[in-house]
Design a protein around this ligand. Structure first.
Ligand SMILES: Cc1cc2nc3c(=O)[nH]c(=O)nc-3n(C[C@H](O)[C@H](O)[C@H](O)COP(=O)(O)O)c2cc1C
Length: 180
């Protein structure tokens, strides 16, 4: 697909087909695309935990708010995303380069997430980024080290619903100020 078409077609999907699975090979391809995103000094601090299998998926879904447990009911895989803290946006001595501090790590991870969902869409795989989750619980069940900041859970699968109307975007004049 052309890039514009992928961008237009990607939607946050909230109903998945339990009979169609995303493979581990697909997930590797998607994460490899995410790795191509730019990052602070190429620090690549994003980390991914790819959760497969009924039992493990149920454990991780339990770390989501009820509304997101429903949304992720029949997904093939959940990607718990995190980043190594105090690296992106920091000097080699561990001093924050500016006021954003670990905000840059989140920025890098967000860029990767953009690549990730677009690569998935290009492969015909649907996704949704879930921010409403319990990070402490996720850390405990996945034994995620304290030097990683847990961010989103991204669900991947194949939709069971048909065409989804794109949520309306703001007028360009509201978000873009051209200065010359
Ligand atoms: C950082 C972030 C957190 C989000 N968290 C949730 C969430 O917890 N639950 C949910 O249903 N959707 C969540 N979404 C999906 C947004 O609601 C969705 O992207 C937005 O409504 C635009 O729709 P679209 O993705 O189809 O363009 C999240 C999206 C982002 C980028």
């Amino acid at each position: 697909m052309e890039l514009d078409e992928v961008i237009a077609k990607r939607r946050s999907v909230r109903q998945y087909n339990p009979h169609k699975q995303v493979s581990k090979e697909d997930v590797i391809k998607i994460i490899q695309a995410a790795q191509q995103a730019p990052s602070w000094k190429n620090s690549q601090t994003g980390r991914y935990y790819a959760i497969f299998g009924e039992k493990k998926l149920a454990t991780v879904r339990d770390c989501l708010v009820p509304q997101n447990q429903r949304v992720s009911q029949d997904v093939s895989v959940l990607l718990v995303t995190s980043y190594k803290k105090d690296i992106s946006g920091f000097t080699n001595e561990g001093r924050a380069e500016n006021e954003l501090g670990n905000g840059w790590g989140s920025y890098d991870l967000g860029l990767q997430a953009g690549y990730l969902v677009l690569k998935a869409a290009d492969m015909g795989i649907d996704s949704i980024i879930l921010g409403l989750r319990d990070a402490d619980k996720l850390r405990e069940v996945l034994e995620i080290a304290q030097d990683e900041i847990i961010v989103s859970v991204i669900a991947l699968g194949y939709r069971s619903q048909g065409e989804i109307t794109a949520p309306k975007r703001k007028e360009i004049t509201e978000i873009l100020k051209i200065v010359e």
